[in-house]
Design a protein around this ligand. Sequence first.
Ligand code: TAP
Length: 477
Amino acid sequence: MGNVKKNYIGGEWLASDDVSENRNPARPDEIIGHYARATNEQLNQAVAAAKAAQPAWAAATPQLRSDVLGKAAAIMMERSQELGRLLSREEGKTLAEGVGEIVRSAQIFQFYCGEALRIAGQKFDSVRPGVEAEITREPIGVVGLVTPWNFPTAIPAWKSAPALAAGNAVVLKPAELTPASAHVMTEILIEAGVPAGVFNLVMGSGSRIGQALVEHPDVAGISFTGSVPVGRGIARTCAERMKKVQLEMGGKNPLVVLDDADLDIAVNCALNGAFFSTGQKCTASSRLIVQAGIHDAFVEKLNAARAALRLGDPLDANTQIGPVVSESQLNGNLEYVALAAEEGCEVVGGERLNRDGYFQTPALFLGANNAMRSAREEIFGPCASVIKVGDFDEALAVANDTEFGLSSAICTSSLKSATTFRRQSQAGMAMVNLPTAGVDYHVPFGGRKASSLGSREQGALAMEFYTAVKTSYVFAG
Ligand code: TAP
């Protein structure tokens, strides 16, 4: 076995005997690298190092924190082609999407490089004479970050950057399927000057090392992105231990297409939202809710565009859709394809490709209704149900009839319909004539219902989670 990549704990790279293989989902014979799984003892060391280093990091000037984040942004941007390639090789998204994710991550670090200087308080005159009241924000201490495989750089970046900007110390546990991106991000933070102990990387399975991180008494807060069942367990553990918790989870995001929509815009929104990044986005459009008058033309055009999508190796510049991330994720998708057919849908696409790697053709479940399991449960792959509705009111009701509430979209040329939809959609994000996926980094990201718990990520509002409010009263005499 070649060079094993190690865990980064208290300013040192630490090995372990337990090693995982990181394989390319487009060519599973290709091993990208070997990654050491942290031991439970090493996890304890990481938390102890973070606890010891955090006060000095919090007491340092915001300029220091800003400089580290700004330098990390610059290094990441400079290495975007190379790192995008690595990301595509381990996750399977196309090279353009991989490079795009690295550029986005650099922009996120750059944004919080500025935010580190803008953590502000408020001052009030007290209602009592001679007394002043001051509201300040303090870091919460050691934060544990648990991240999924589908955005292996961007999600660690959008949690780490605000955490560090606010003066917290970090212990990051990335998904075991995609450790390379988080490992490289750690190297970049070290090069950017993050002090020993302030940022720690522990790799390994979620059920062991992730769970131990969540349970650790010296971890003050957990920010998690992943599935609903795991998130629910983390919420329970954090509630018992009175820890701050932030969860970003699944979606079953609706894209409503009204009769008055621009057909090309609607088809592009559906194609992009449902299938790009192989549908492996929590904001993917998995329910296409289409008004009867435009339904047949929309389905015909979307299906033709779907069939023309070029699947292939993510590193090939021609490729539009890469592989599914793993064999088990692919099998799960194919089970939903079979279920949709059993439930009475006409399924187009959804076949496994007869080639190496975890490839499936993007699938549409035509003639679906919102009661079907295939239209209610998150699939997290390139599959979308097409649900025909009579009018706007029915479309809105179907869009909101879900346990999730992350993103929603409508394609329409009516200002009235667009405005009513934006106001009444029970989702954290609502798009008009845009795909459900595709968000900015300087505004809040997050959802409602089973999609999210706790305060928002990204933008200035991210500081809500990574800081604690203190109100001080001073009698000046
Ligand atoms: P999960 O299986 O929930 O895993 C997410 C992370 O949690 C991984 O690092 C995982 O570790 C870890 N984990 C698993 N069990 C744990 C436990 N008991 N305690 C602590 N950590 C634990 O999700 P996934 O399969 O990686 O990602 C797919 C899901 O994430 C989808 O449902 C998708 O909707 C959701 N997702 C949501 C968003 C947002 S922003 N809302 C973004 C991306 C993905 P290992 O996997 O390494 O074992």
